[in-house]
Design a protein around this ligand. Structure first.
Ligand SMILES: *Cc1c(COP(=O)(O)O)cnc(C)c1O
Length: 298
């Protein structure tokens, strides 16, 4: 059986701002699920791995950028559950800490120019048409399996919350969480923080899996210039947050999420007495790609 015995508590964090505004803030610690199969990436992969196993496909083939948390999660999960793994890496050959970890977990890396990378199914067919063992997993583990895995987060909650915050890349995780909220008939409002520019597309992505978007709010102003882009105030915020809570954030996803949450609290976006849950989607190795940028602000 493909499963992880994991621990993802809801942990309260404290700040004078929360006291002043009379809100309570909790973190769903999905970053603690596994050091490498971390956060939402385990939730997104789980049902694909099970399908691969059930159909006797022993070779996972997937896709990602050179700093992809999904590639690392797939590599580590493949090693743990006895699959072979191949990762198509977008762009020219590079070496970095993330890809080193993927290789240590036994993933074969194929660097792919940006044009060919766009046609993932074609790449898969070119390389693996004759490999009856090969199992295609889309970039980031998208699709209904991923959505259903993320839905389970809501079933784990011990408390009820007025608001739930989640960082979005593709929006798959947020789509699953909203589905879980409606299945459980909760009043919790979902706040999505896209980390890419022009994040309006997240609404469309979420609508593919959810009919009712009334309890959903999109916060478009926290991308800090776009995916993997950052600004000194974000890096400063991460430092202050991590040093005062003991919880690390990365600049690509969770840093932007918590920055948005703190700013919205200070702008009185919530009511007194509200309980807010922020999902820590893990992915901390993204920090390693930003060490030079941090060195300028620390
Ligand atoms: C991949 C990732 C996300 C984005 O998830 P989507 O389902 O693509 O929206 C958020 N946070 C972290 C840490 C991630 O690695």
């Amino acid at each position: 059986m493909i499963d992880l015995q994991y621990f993802s508590p809801e942990e309260e964090i404290f700040d004078p701002l929360f006291t002043q505004k009379e809100v309570k803030v909790f973190v769903k610690r999905d970053d603690m699920i596994h050091p490498f199969i971390s956060g939402n990436k385990w939730r997104k992969l789980k049902y694909s791995l099970r399908e691969a196993r059930n159909t006797n496909k022993n070779h996972l083939v997937t896709f990602g950028g050179a700093w992809s948390n999904h590639l690392l999660a797939t590599a580590a999960a493949a090693a743990k559950f006895g699959f072979k793994a191949t990762g198509f890496v977008r762009g020219e050959k590079v070496e970095n800490q993330m890809l080193l970890l993927c290789a240590l977990f036994g993933m074969k890396l194929i660097f792919t120019d940006r044009t060919s990378y766009l046609e993932k199914q074609k790449l898969f067919n070119n390389y693996f048409a004759d490999d009856s063992d090969a199992f295609f997993i889309d970039e980031g583990g998208a699709g209904i399996h991923a959505v259903n895995g993320c839905t389970e987060l809501i079933y784990e909650l011990r408390e009820t919350y007025n608001h739930l915050f989640c960082a979005c890349g593709t929006g798959t995780t947020a789509a699953g969480i909203l589905k879980g909220i409606s299945q459980n008939e909760l009043q919790t409002k979902l706040h999505a923080v896209p980390v890419l520019k022009n994040g309006e597309f997240i609404r469309t992505e979420i609508a593919k899996y959810n009919e009712n978007l009334t309890g959903f709010e999109l916060h478009l102003n926290y991308h800090f210039g776009g995916y993997a882009k950052t600004r000194p105030e974000l890096l400063q915020f991460i430092r202050t947050f991590s040093s005062s809570t003991g919880i690390l954030l990365d600049p690509v996803y969770t840093g932007k999420l918590f920055f948005a949450l703190y700013e919205l609290i200070s702008q009185d976006h919530f009511s007194r007495g509200d309980k807010i849950l922020a999902v820590h989607t893990g992915g901390l190795f993204g920090l390693l790609g930003m060490s030079e940028k941090f060195s300028k602000v620390i």
